[in-house]
Design a protein around this ligand. Structure first.
Ligand code: UD1
Length: 421
């Protein structure tokens, strides 16, 4: 398995192009199941998770083709199977996003239950309850969600007890082909949901309340093809903002949207990082030391859980203490022991971590169990004295395109060591 080697201590300077949002691309690809016509997605990142979703769609009978520049994906074809097998779903939880579209389009679906993952149990009960309210009959059999509906799904008023991103997306897609009106109250408001709703609207669905916590969808009998450009990745953006902050120097993030990372930008500003909007994206600059800042993860527009590990790496070298509270996932501090091996002083108490800043970290061999934890170790490596080797890089490849090339182009001393070396 590849590893990433970082020799820390170099400030960054240069520009990084932000790719399309992985977490927008995955539901948008699932939306390809809602029409027999062609759906073209532009600005698709080339990531392992995208390839996993492509193989799942292929298993359903959908042809997935990259355009000549490898940034566009064309989806189309007849659905030949409504089963999402365990072998694919266990690799990527977002596979469960095919459930709503398959059920709405074909009246049946058999989707493996995703099970637990490194960051928590992550059930899908809200997805299933919402679909049942729309008339689906669902049972769990042999580890699979077996869902069917007589005729079409019916519009319903669904109040989510928690604004789950995945449940909002699954229900939004199902509602776009349901009979009558669906209301999703306490819907998640993440920008990726707005992006999905815009694409569904381009496919002929009538969705109002986009960007808010109450989505109203008038179902259509049929959706048509469309061409949709995916929004820039706010988590990739946030990660490189933290890279500039931890390494020092200045990075220009091309194509990034400040509005999508407002909560993080506020925290970085409090920590002493200069963040400004430019004509082409966001400029991040750190000249002086960092100050400790408390943050708590929350649903959007709050501080994103997907930025918690990276922000912790940053706080580990800030002056003073920072309290980082995780409210979205119950087990998302797997990076703490690894950061501590690099000399960080982090103590976890329940859902909170107290980070006492140290003057410098020291390089070490480390590994991580999930995507954002892995990249937090890369960030820590940029600031550490000596060499850091991050193993289990396949986690990184799930969500970051060419992370080492992008950082190296800004002056970081970082390289990928291929498995056989
Ligand atoms: C999505 C993102 C993920 C991000 C998360 C929160 C994608 C592909 N993934 O994940 O990167 O960290 O949003 O911003 O977009 N829950 C339930 N029952 C459900 C659904 C969720 O209890 O039916 C719980 C989960 O266990 C978790 C919390 O709600 O504790 C948040 O989950 P959710 O918002 O659904 O996140 P995902 O869609 O899985």
């Amino acid at each position: 398995m590849d590893r990433i080697l970082i020799r820390g201590g170099r400030p960054l300077s240069g520009a990084i192009a932000i790719g399309g949002a992985k977490n927008a691309a995955l539901p948008l690809m699932a939306a390809g199941l809602l029409t027999e016509e062609r759906l073209t997605l532009e600005n698709v990142p080339r990531l392992e998770d995208i390839r996993t979703m492509a193989s799942l769609l292929a298993q359903h009978g959908i042809a997935v083709e990259w355009g000549p520049e490898k940034k566009t994906l064309g989806l189309g074809g007849r659905i030949t199977s409504t089963e999402a097998p365990y072998d694919i779903v266990r690799k990527m939880r977002a596979s469960v996003l095919v459930l709503g579209p398959l059920l709405a389009r074909c009246g049946e679906a058999r989707v493996s239950l995703p099970g637990g993952c490194a960051i928590g149990t992550r059930p899908v009960d809200l997805h299933l309850k919402g679909l049942e309210q729309m008339g689906a009959v669902i049972r769990i059999e042999g580890g699979y969600i077996v869902a069917s509906v007589a005729g079409r799904l019916r519009g319903a008023e669904i109040v989510l007890p928690f604004p789950s991103v995945g449940a909002t997306e699954n229900l939004l897609m199902a509602a776009s082909l349901a009979e009558g009106q669906t209301i999703i109250a306490n819907a998640a408001r993440e920008p990726e949901i707005g992006d999905l709703a815009e694409c569904l609207a381009a496919m002929g669905a009538r969705v109002s309340g986009i960007g808010g916590d109450r989505l109203v969808i008038e179902g259509a009998t049929k959706l048509h093809g469309a061409c949709h450009a995916i929004i820039p990745d706010r988590i990739e953006t946030g990660t490189y903002l933290c890279a500039a902050a931890i390494a020092g120097g200045e990075i220009d993030l091309r194509g990034a949207r400040l509005g999508d990372v407002a909560a993080l930008a506020r925290a970085l500003d409090d920590a002493g990082v200069e963040i400004s909007e430019t004509a082409t994206g966001i400029l991040a600059r750190r000249r002086n030391g960092l100050a400790g800042v408390d943050v708590m993860t929350e649903p959007y527009p709050g501080f994103p859980t997907d930025m918690q590990a990276q922000f912790m790496a940053l706080m580990s070298v800030a002056e003073g203490a920072a309290m980082i509270t995780e409210t979205i996932f119950e087990n998302r501090f797997m990076h703490v022991p690894e950061l501590n091996r690099m000399g960080a002083r982090v103590n976890v108490h329940g859902a909170s971590a107290i980070v006492r800043g140290v003057p410098h970290l020291s390089g070490a061999p480390v590994m991580a169990t999930d995507l954002r934890a892995s990249v937090s170790l890369v960030l820590a490596g940029l600031a550490a004295r000596g060499e850091t080797v991050v193993s289990r890089v396949y986690h990184l490849d799930r969500g970051y395109e060419a992370v080492e090339a992008k950082l190296a182009a800004c002056g970081a001393d970082i390289e990928r060591i291929a498995e056989d070396r």
